[in-house]
Design a protein around this ligand. Structure first.
Ligand code: ZN
Length: 142
């Protein structure tokens, strides 16, 4: 007759739980810079998952929009379903490289490497405040 969960001791339950976890290494959540889902339609480039990327990076989509406009020198508009529409044709490698550059400069804490930071515009500069180590970094605003 099969034993019900109630019949197991706490230790046995723990052991069962651990054995089910098998030997997966315990590691910190890997941070992967999200990849843009890029579609070129006519003379426009659309980043379909733009607001999801901004969410994941904990950045205001409008700041990322301005970053793209500055770097690519082209107008950009936020679409109703969270996409970014850029004037001009840009391949996924160009877009993803810009996102990488944005993350390295405006997301990652230069002191400790944490990605849990807040970006605030103060006067003419950005302050990148790290929630892990508390460091504040002043960056050129755009
Ligand atoms: Zn830090």
């Amino acid at each position: 007759m099969a034993r019900s969960v109630r019949d197991y001791s706490y230790e046995e339950l723990l052991e069962r739980a651990y054995s089910k976890l098998s030997h997966k290494p315990v590691k910190k959540e890997a941070f992967e810079i999200p990849k843009a889902d890029v579609v070129i339609v006519g003379g426009k480039t659309i980043i379909q998952n733009f607001s999801r990327i901004a969410d994941y990076l904990n950045r205001d989509p409008k700041i990322m929009q301005r970053y793209f406009m500055k770097e690519l020198g082209t107008p950009a508009f936020l679409g109703e379903s969270g996409q970014l529409i850029l004037q001009g044709r840009f391949g996924p490698h160009v877009i993803n490289r810009l996102i990488d550059m944005f993350v390295k400069k405006y997301v990652i804490c230069p002191t400790c490497g944490s990605r849990f930071t807040v970006l605030k515009k103060v006067g003419k500069v950005f302050i990148l405040k790290c929630q892990a180590c508390g460091a504040e970094t002043t960056l050129e605003a755009f």
